[in-house]
Design a protein around this ligand. Structure first.
Ligand SMILES: Cc1cc2nc3c(=O)[nH]c(=O)nc-3n(C[C@H](O)[C@H](O)[C@H](O)COP(=O)(O)O)c2cc1C
Length: 171
């Protein structure tokens, strides 16, 4: 799919078919898009966890109580290790930027494969951390469901955004 079509067509999907798992080759393509994402000093301080088993889905769903979230057949979690990421002289740690770029690559790759996603940051951090048994150095900034939309789902095609003039400045 044309790149601009991908970014224009992507929108947050909150309506998933729970019975339609994603084909392995598509999942691999999406994860590969994350694997080749750029990161500061090329540290690649990430791990991508794809949750698909009923047992783990049940545990992880407790971190975000929305009916639509319960129907996602997969949940993608991007975790990072902040002791592996690049740190600038002034102590700025690039971990959040690195993980966000990787997640964005995968979200756009999913769109290109016809698979729905939704950035989620409003999860309960402790519930997620316990469900995944994360070490103290590991961090998570966003997760996303991965799945096909329910039959009859129509995209909104309604990007509510500030105008070009409001956000762009040529100097
Ligand atoms: C960092 C980030 C966190 C978000 N967290 C949530 C969330 O917790 N729950 C949710 O339903 N949507 C969440 N969203 C989705 C936004 O609401 C959505 O991207 C925005 O309204 C624009 O709509 P669109 O994605 O359909 O273009 C998040 C988006 C981003 C980028």
């Amino acid at each position: 799919m044309d790149f601009f079509k991908v970014i224009k067509e992507r929108e947050s999907v909150r309506d998933y078919d729970p019975d339609k798992k994603i084909e392995k080759d598509k999942l691999i393509k999406i994860l590969e898009a994350g694997r080749i994402a750029p990161s500061a000093a090329n540290r690649q301080p990430w791990k991508f966890i794809v949750i698909s088993s009923n047992e783990m889905l049940h545990k992880v769903r407790q971190c975000y109580h929305r009916e639509w979230f319960k129907n996602a057949p997969h949940i993608l979690v991007v975790t990072g290790n902040k002791s592996e990421s690049w740190i600038r002289q002034d102590k700025y740690n690039s971990i959040e930027t690195d993980l966000t770029i990787a997640m964005d690559h995968m979200i756009l790759a999913a769109e290109a494969e016809g698979i729905g996603t939704c950035w989620i940051a409003a999860f309960d951090y402790d519930i997620l951390r316990n469900a995944l048994k994360l070490d103290t150095d590991q961090v998570i900034f966003s997760i996303t469901p991965l799945g096909y939309q329910n039959e009859g789902y129509h995209k909104k095609h309604n990007k509510i955004r500030k105008s070009f003039e409001e956000v762009v400045e040529f100097v």
